[in-house]
Design a protein around this ligand. Sequence first.
Ligand SMILES: NC(=O)c1ccc[n+]([C@@H]2O[C@H](COP(=O)([O-])OP(=O)(O)OC[C@H]3O[C@@H](n4cnc5c(N)ncnc54)[C@H](O)[C@@H]3O)[C@@H](O)[C@H]2O)c1
Length: 565
Amino acid sequence: MSRLLSRQHLAAVRRSAPFACVSRWLHTPSFATVSPQEVSGSSPAEVQNFVQGSWTASANWNWIVDPLNGDKFIKVAEVQGTEIKPFVESLSKCPKHGLHNPLKAPERYLMYGDISAKAAHMLGQPAVLDFFAKLIQRVSPKSYQQALAEVQVSQKFLENFCGDQVRFLARSFAVPGNHLGQRSNGYRWPYGPVAIITPFNFPLEIPLLQLMGALYMGNKPVLKVDSKVSIVMEQMIRLLHDCGLPAEDMDFINSDGAVMNKLLLEANPKMTLFTGSSRVAEKLAADLKGRVKLEDAGFDWKILGPDVQEVDYVAWVCDQDAYACSGQKCSAQSVLFMHKNWSSSGLLEKMKKLSERRKLEDLTIGPVLTVSQGRSQPFFGGQLTPVTTEAMIEHMNNLLKIRGSKVLFGGEPLANHSIPKIYGAMKPTAVFVPLEEILKSGNFELVTKEIFGPFQVVTEYSEDQLELVLEACERMNAHLTAAVVSNDPLFLQDVLGRSVNGTTYAGIRARTTGAPQNHWFGPAGDPRGAGIGTPEAIKLVWSCHREVIYDVGPVPESWALPSAT
Ligand SMILES: NC(=O)c1ccc[n+]([C@@H]2O[C@H](COP(=O)([O-])OP(=O)(O)OC[C@H]3O[C@@H](n4cnc5c(N)ncnc54)[C@H](O)[C@@H]3O)[C@@H](O)[C@H]2O)c1
């Protein structure tokens, strides 16, 4: 359905809708072609692709089921392997030097400042914030506050890059040369044709921030979002077009992983930003011969230091870090190392009580959406774990085989729900495993396996066991976020100085999650590691360094031909 037709359809629906429906549509923003409240099994929404300046369908519709009741409620026009040609051609139209760069079409930096200003203004309207928050809730169930925070972070990010801020991203430098007429200039240069692949858990924030970063620096991206949630970004692209985004500047594709993999191999983007599991990240790094930046798995740790204080606050942050968004933040607290001084503080009892406040009705706990890949997705090697209820229970039972381990709270499936079986439905769960056992080679892999759901491991250490805690952190593979909860400066210095996680919070209010637009967010310790959010992240991910050495003379009158060297 073309954009025009969609609008006509929308207008027709608005005309024929009963009163309650009309009032909802009245609150639907002008760019939108769906209403979050209306999408249902009996009134399914459609998601299209955008390529070479127009919205297109495909030969195949992939049905997405409502994660709360299993109804087929969204159909996505998934591009098949035989249909990728327009996307390949579109990317090939962009030269390696990009759509703009410091020496070509610099007015486009200003244009993107204007687009950001308009988009920030539009997204900041209460009705538009609400529209996106509710749409996110429909496809990636989380509490209204969590969904709204995702939209607000995205809105603030756009505000941050208004006016001249986009051109400042491409600030260059000059160094005087050796003689008159010579100087070197360092430029931030685009890659040209690029690709962005993003997962299901932040349907708006991750794709929007990476997309805008790519565009700001002069690249032409093709964007692929997990089909389960791509309706959100489809609507956002319509908003961006309304705010002046040139239609030819980016493409949007819906497909399964295998087709996207094929597209990457045929279109040969000069850089691919991948956010998702380590399994796919490693495959793409090999397939694309290292031309990638990665935001992959997180097994995020929190260490509570020896100074016990603010127990209620720390318990609340632990609950939020481990269980908000049902534990489906890549920054979620996966393991808690608790100094023995906290044992008698009542912290664990408080965490248990807080976890029991969570309920499906307000989506403070909800479905776990990591599933095995779609029909045509081949198995690429490595452990592929759909996080179903059974898978989480099985993982818990394996942990419970470790000597001294026990369930602290949770450990049971959610009751009274209609979440489809392909998704997980588990109460917020904490399993205690003794520190010495965690470190044993047979156990370590199991304990540090990322369970992308409401699940954490808790352990305890004594004064003389900090070395073991740091050894555990050193042996982990994913170094995304971390928290050192202490106001003891020497403790902080010691732990921070001997660890690597990319986004680390330190102090008694430290958390593992949050990641607003004003913090760098990304892994450390891997040269392929990407970042998101800040000017530094945009420059690192979406541009490379180019040095132009101007040497315009004059050649000194005294110059004579030197002997051969
Ligand atoms: N580091 C971060 O910033 C960050 C942020 C969010 C999620 N994550 C991680 O993402 C994972 C959860 O997401 P998921 O299970 O949906 O991840 P996933 O790797 O299965 O999928 C991510 C995206 O990659 C696509 N994809 C899959 N195979 C592909 C292939 N061969 N070629 C190209 N694209 C392919 C998927 O369709 C999806 O759009 C967790 O491990 C989590 O920690 C990391």
